[in-house]
Write a protein that binds this ligand. Structure first.
Ligand SMILES: Cc1ncc(COP(=O)(O)O)c(C=O)c1O
Length: 467
């Protein structure tokens, strides 16, 4: 890459962005005086400042500067039907109008309804709700460590399971790969208790279990890795993960916070023919409200309950099984179950159009771009798409390290340039695009293609003669 041309282009982008979103800039300067970095969640707080949202509907958000922006982030991938699906907003509005308690701190039938739907659609025997994916993965790890009486947690490099002690290791790619802890302030032992293996690398996994199998409490991974690059596990890799965890008495946790109900009306484990011990869920199952869950084998789950001696304190939670959230989740999942063919068929169709078209748009302008999110033999049809910019044509993005290693892909083009350049054309993306919802139309995709043509044109200079 021509570094000087790249820097010049990036500075120009920043200037154009600041000029196009002045009120967002003002709001953000104010926000920084009362919130750390001006807000929550680093992904939302991109540089130079984020767009400030005023309204959201279907495939679009509106911002304080008066733009109508096509959104592929869709609430951290939660909004599979787009923003504010009327099914959900009407159900909540009606329930509250009829006197339904917003937050009671007591039990009602809705939690049963949602849990029963999750069991029916995933094959889990027991469910317990919490309020974030991070909590669900943390509790799943605690259950595994209690059940096996072991300490070691195995995860894949680049796998994001939320900000909890065992999840804050091996997420960011650095000079030494994925080893470093992501945060200060963690319990001292956590780093010694987590091991990292390479996603989709069967040989590395077999070796890990051969060397440490009798100490591994659980192997936690996403069947379709999300933040790590929208990459589905190879079927033989997931099969091996199940075989090795069985053989060594470890538990298999499939983190389906993103993939759950994203590719079918249920978990992705089933699409691979895999029954995990525990599945973690979040995002879509809340129907736009903060709901997450651990679902799995009764024998493991009951350790959190009286029957299991409450050995694992997976309880409490002022807002756990929050009534309005349970209603939103139930309404969403019921809709997805009742319209499964239609919803997932449509998403698969749009995804199949989108990915090759994006690659072609960049290729036509001499830029190598590879989309991930393609389906495979197990995951048939996908609504995910991330654009990577490999440095050579032979780079296969089959694991997060490939997407993040500067010797393989230009991460800053994906994360910094693509994002700002697309926002100048009223398209919101994260990590190199995002997810489709049923609210997106072919016309919306045409808008995205036009925007990508402009971006590709911009990138031509800095990336000229580099392959
Ligand atoms: C796979 C996966 N697991 C866990 C989490 C954490 O979920 P939450 O942000 O709800 O805490 C995320 C969040 O993006 C995720 O993608």
């Amino acid at each position: 890459m021509n570094d000087q041309a790249f820097d010049t282009m990036y500075q120009e982008l920043l200037g154009e962005y600041e000029a196009r979103f002045p009120l967002s800039g003002e709001r953000h300067a104010r926000a920084k005086s009362v919130m750390v970095d001006g807000g929550q969640h680093t992904l939302r707080l991109y540089k130079p400042f984020p767009v400030y949202v005023t309204a959201a509907s279907g495939a679009y958000i509106h911002d304080v500067d008066g733009h109508r922006i096509l959104d592929f982030w869709q609430g951290h991938f939660a909004n599979i039907l787009g923003h504010n699906p009327p099914q959900v907003t009407e159900a909540i509005g009606e329930a509250i109008a009829n006197g339904y308690g917003l937050q009671t701190g007591m039990v009602d039938e809705l939690a049963y309804d949602l849990a029963a739907l999750i069991c029916q659609q995933t094959g889990a025997e027991r469910v317990r709700f919490t309020t974030s994916g991070s909590l669900s993965t943390m509790y799943a790890v605690m259950l595994s460590r209690s059940y096996t009486g072991r300490d070691l947690v195995l995860k894949v490099g680049g796998g994001w399971h939320g900000a909890q002690p065992w999840g804050l290791i091996g997420v960011s790619y650095g000079e030494y790969g994925y080893q470093a802890p992501e945060s200060e302030g963690l319990p001292g032992a956590t780093f010694k208790e987590a091991m990292i293996t390479r996603f989709n690398d069967s040989e590395a996994l077999a070796q890990m279990f051969q060397e440490h199998g009798d100490r591994i409490a659980c192997f936690i991974l996403e069947p379709v890795i999300g933040a790590g690059g929208a990459i589905p596990a190879k079927p033989e890799y997931l099969q091996l993960a199940r075989e090795l965890t069985h053989k060594h008495g470890s538990l298999l946790i499939l983190d389906e916070v993103i993939s759950g109900f994203r590719f079918r009306a249920g978990n992705v484990g089933q699409m691979y023919g895999i029954t995990p011990d525990l599945t973690t869920l979040g995002k879509i199952i809340g129907g736009g409200m903060p709901v997450a869950a651990v679902a799995g084998r009764a024998e493991v789950m009951t350790r959190a309950g009286r029957e299991g001696g409450r050995r694992v304190r997976f309880d409490g939670g002022t807002y756990s099984a929050h009534p309005a959230s349970m209603l939103a989740g139930k309404t969403m999942l019921k809709y997805l179950v009742d319209h499964e063919k239609e919803v997932y068929g449509r998403l698969a169709e749009l995804g199949a159009q989108l990915r090759p078209r994006l690659e072609q748009i960049f290729a036509d302008r001499g830029i190598l771009a590879r989309c991930t999110g393609y389906p495979n033999e197990a995951v048939k049809g996908s609504s995910l798409a991330i654009v990577h910019f490999p440095v050579r044509p032979d780079v296969e993005v089959d694991s997060p390290d490939v997407a993040e290693d500067p010797a393989c892909c230009m991460l800053q083009v994906r994360e910094q340039v693509l994002k700002l350049a697309l926002l100048l054309h009223d398209v919101y993306t994260v990590h190199g695009l995002g997810a489709l919802s049923t609210a997106h139309t072919e016309t919306d995709l045409e808008h995205l293609y036009r925007a990508c043509e402009h971006v590709a044109q911009r990138l031509r200079g800095p990336l000229a003669n580099m392959y």
